[in-house]
Design a protein around this ligand. Sequence first.
Ligand code: FAD
Length: 278
Amino acid sequence: MTVNVSFEYFPPRDAEARNRLVNGTSARLGRFAPEFYSVTYGAGGSTRDGTFDTIAQLLSAGYDAAPHLSIGVDSREQINTLLDRYRDIGVKRIVALRGDIPSGMGSSKRYGNNAETLVGWIREHSGERFHIEVAAYPEVHPDATSASADLAFFKNKIDAGANSAITQYFYSPYAYANFVERACAAGVNVPIVAGVMPITNYESIRRFSDGCGADIPRWLDKNLSEHRNDEKAITSFAVDFLSLMCEQLIQLGAPGLHFYTLNRWGATTRICTNLDLI
Ligand code: FAD
C-alpha cells in the first residue's frame, strides 16, 4: 500500500535517551520512509530545550523533523525567538497547537490565545517559510460546546494559514470519515492526516483517552481489558485491529497516517509491516 506516514515522539529525558531515539528508534522506523518525525512541546515551555535538541539531532542525522509548538503561556517574543532558531537549523514544518497547560501553570481554558492565534503569529513573523500543521478532532475536542462549534474553530486555524492537519487518535474510522466530510462541506480543502495511537497498555490508553476525549468503543474496551495484565497479548490484539483500521482509513482516502509512537518502535513497526508500507 502507498500512504504517507509520520512518527511522533516526545522529547527524551536526557542525552543518552535522545541518542537511542535518534540513532535506534528512528533508524528502525526509517524503513517506512516517513515524511517526517515530529517532537512534542510541553505547553508552558517545559520542554523547550528538549524539543529543540531532539529536532536538531534528528535533522543532523538526516531526518526531516517537525517541532510541535504550543502557544501555552509563551509570549510572542519567546515564540518568535524559537521560530528564528528553528529557521536557522533548517526546520521546514511546524505543528502549531494551543497546548495543554500543565497543572499549576494556569488553565488553558482561561487565556484567549489558541492555535488560530499561533498560526497567525507564525505567518506574520515567518511568512511562508514553514509548512504549518494543526490538530483536528474527529470525536470533538473536550472544550467544545458542540461538534459544529469545534469544526468552526478548526476552519479558523486553516483560514489563518495552516497547510494541513493531523487528527487526535480515534478508534472509529467512521468518526474520521464523517469529520473529513463535514470539514470539506465547510470549505476546508487541506489534507487531514489520521492520527493513530498503538495500544500496549490498558490503563495508559484509558487514562490518555479520558483526558483527550478519544472514545474507546465498548467492544474494544472489553477486549483490551481482558488482556490488561498481559502486554504481549494486548499489543498483538491492538496491532491486528489497528492494521485493519488503517487499511480502512487508506480506503477512505486518508492522505497519511501519523503514529503516536510514545518513543517506541515495536507496535508501530508491526502495523506498518502489516500494511506492507516498506
Ligand atoms: P485549538 O484548536 O486552539 O482549540 C481546541 C478546541 O478548543 C477548539 O476546537 C475549540 O473547540 C476550543 N476552543 C479554542 N479556542 C476557543 C475559544 N477562544 N473559545 C472557546 N473554545 C475554544 N499538546 C501539547 O501540549 N503539546 C504537544 O506537542 C501536542 N501535540 C499535539 C499533536 C496533535 C496532532 C494533537 C491532535 C494534539 C496535540 N496536543 C499537544 C494536544 C493539544 O494541545 C490539546 O488538544 C489542546 O487542548 C488543544 O490544542 P489545539 O491546538 O487543538 O487548540
